[in-house]
Design a protein around this ligand. Sequence first.
Ligand code: ZN
Length: 203
Amino acid sequence: MSEMQDLVRQLLAALGEDPDREGLRETPRRVDKSLTFLTSGYRADIDQIVNGALFTVEYNEMVMVRDIDVYSLCEHHLLPFFGKCHVAYIPDGRVIGLSKIPRIVDVFARRLQVQERLTMQIAETLEAKLHPLGVAVVMEATHLCMAMRGVEKQNSVTVTSAMRGVFHQDPRTRAEFLELIHPGGPAGSVRRVSGGGDDSESI
Ligand code: ZN
């Protein structure tokens, strides 16, 4: 039995369970496997993912990937938080294969996280790899540590954003991005938290 499986067995016993009863007998092995997968981002190599997918293109309009599914684990409670991530950038002669953007999101999501840092790391990575005119990341997520424990309203959504370059400097570019996330939507929560500085914010 691996160290992690042994620890999960101890955890089950500490919770007052019988780790040897039929339904739990394979649980340490399953938890080991699932936690290893859910934290596989620690062992992923961003350069390997990105390299070979960067292309020189004379295109300087906004590129956006909307509604990327995000599943991560909050580092404070080891409980899931999940939702949607919207990523946009304005190239400066260099673009990235579109399928790589959700992969970058996964690399950082499959770690123990706080939503603010996850949002920032995605923006920083695109900034470092593409040197674009600007990067914008907005994440909308439900945290089970809040919902299941009744800390907040069950349906509350935490919104974080990271705005870099022109998305930070130019309110019109930022507004265009936010309009693309929620077309025709009211000037709601996303707008409210996205007006700030380069650091990601949360509400
Ligand atoms: Zn938490």
